[in-house]
Design a protein around this ligand. Structure first.
Ligand SMILES: [Zn+2]
Length: 120
């Protein structure tokens, strides 16, 4: 059975993780004011006089940023979902089979939604 102490610890880890992701995201993207949790990468500044090569680098960097932003946004959603589950009292229950996820697994991956057997 998951006790309150364990839940409090997991909550702290998740909140810390959320802060970290938001700080990293904030360094190159901006959170939408209308849609909380939705982020948009800042466009790189295309300086006048940069060579085509430099522009290509910037476009490439922007593409990488978009991919990073997307994966971090997903991580952030998973963290938020886990925090929501702690609030609702459904944290640590496998979404597929309804069994408790072992605490060792939750410690290693606090935002886990599935037990080992159900993880794709
Ligand atoms: Zn399961």
């Amino acid at each position: 059975m998951i006790n309150k102490k364990f839940l409090d610890e997991q909550k702290e880890i998740l909140l810390e993780e959320k802060r970290k992701i938001e700080t990293r995201l904030g360094s190159f993207a901006k959170e939408s004011e209308e849609h909380k949790g939705e982020w948009a990468s800042n466009m790189p500044d295309f300086d006048k006089g940069t060579s085509l090569e430099e522009e290509a680098d910037e476009v490439e960097e922007f593409g990488m940023r978009l991919a990073l932003e997307q994966s971090m946004e997903e991580q952030l959603k998973a963290v938020d979902l886990a925090l929501d589950k702690i609030k609702k009292g459904t944290y640590g229950i496998c979404e597929k089979c309804g069994k408790e996820i072992p605490q060792g697994r939750l410690k290693a991956y606090p935002q886990a939604s599935f037990c080992q057997g159900c993880q794709i």
